[in-house]
Design a protein around this ligand. Structure first.
Ligand code: ZN
Ligand code: ZN
Length: 351
């Protein structure tokens, strides 16, 4: 099999041959058909996380087909179409696991961190990490739903918003372009917020009822004029942009933070107290919820915007300094990469 591995922290991806691994007890082997590129993959390569081993094979948005099952696996069979997302399995014995809160597992097994991920022709994963891909959803479209998709979907699904409420999605990038689609399909009056006018056409095509150009108008004031947002889904990797929406929340409204940034989201107590607003975070979600995300997407027509390239050309797309979440226009392979994305797939060429 072939894997795109990074030999050392900060290194570049090399495609190398390896022995095809056998799945151990409770595991399956997957023939990878597509693997999404997430911003976190670049972070893993540049800044190794605790317990990470090099050479590293990243990739935690993986779609493919089972071709071998290990001992004790009863619910999955060869030929099943499956996805493995950020949730790559739980330890089963930590406090959150004992409480049934598997996504909060202290020893969460993230593919490409805890074990080799999907930038490969084959991958072995524990059975509890598997989500069934519905018919009608191609692997390349399914792949990014295992991280970007499920995070946006569950961030909205677990929020305080009810059908018909005004819901704003901050950012129309890798997470946000999915968030806008999910918000619209869930029946929310959907507001997209981004900098500049350029994203407006796209946002409206994705289902937004309103568009706020945050470089031309105060987003909080604009949200207030629409009646106040029950939920702002903060997908933009900008704490300042998230901070700027808080005063636009309706009473009992909620800012749901899912975009990652290093600096602080700032809020004064009185911004939250008077109207009982809250600021919360949302992680990814379990394999069962990835399955829900894919089923919802297949049924309602939500799709990530993707660009596909072969595994061998992945390095070009992974220059970490250039990585930023964002949907990608299709383009020639030698086009300079200036704003990479989450929704980018790596379908593998035939052996
Ligand atoms: Zn991810
Ligand atoms: Zn655990």
């Amino acid at each position: 099999m072939r894997v795109a591995q990074v030999a050392e922290p900060g290194g570049k991806f090399d495609v190398v041959e390896r022995e095809i691994p056998e799945p151990g007890p409770g595991h399956v082997r997957i023939v990878v058909e597509a693997s999404g590129v997430c911003h976190t993959d670049a972070v893993f390569v540049q800044t190794p996380f605790p317990g990470m081993k090099f050479p590293l094979v990243t990739g935690h948005e993986v779609a493919g087909r089972i071709d071998a099952v290990g001992e004790g696996v009863t619910d999955w069979a060869s030929g099943d179409r499956v996805e493995v997302g950020w949730f790559g399995g739980q330890c089963g014995h930590c406090r959150p696991c004992r409480q049934g809160d598997f996504i909060s597992c202290f020893n969460l097994k993230v593919p490409g961190w805890a074990y080799d991920g999907g930038y490969a022709t084959h991958m072995v994963a524990p059975a509890e990490a598997l989500a069934r891909i519905p018919d009608g959803l191609d692997a390349a479209y399914a792949a990014p739903l295992g991280c970007a998709g499920v995070t946006a979907f569950m961030g909205l699904r677990n929020s305080v918003a009810r059908a018909g409420d005004l819901v704003a999605v901050l950012g129309v990038g890798g997470l946000g372009h999915l968030g806008v689609q999910y918000a619209a399909k869930m029946g929310f009056e959907t507001v997209a917020i981004a900098r500049g006018k350029e994203k407006e056409t796209l946002a409206r095509q994705l289902g937004a009822d309103h568009y706020i150009d945050s470089s031309a108008a105060d987003p909080a004031q604009a949200l207030k004029e629409l009646g106040g947002a029950k939920v702002v889904l903060g997908t933009a990797a900008s704490s300042a942009a998230m901070t700027a929406t808080i005063d636009g929340l309706a009473p009992r409204g909620e800012l749901v933070v899912i975009g990652v940034a290093d600096d602080a989201v700032e809020v004064k107590p009185l911004q939250l107290i008077t109207g009982s607003q809250s600021v919360s975070g949302h992680p990814s979600a379990t394999a069962a919820e990835v399955e829900d995300t894919m089923a919802f997407s297949a049924r309602t027509g939500v799709r990530p915007m993707i660009e596909t390239v072969p595994l061998e050309r992945g390095q070009r797309r992974l220059r970490p300094h250039a990585l930023r979440c964002g949907p990608f226009p299709h383009g020639a392979d030698d086009r300079p990469v200036t704003e990479p994305r989450r929704g980018w797939k790596v379908p593998l060429p035939p052996e």
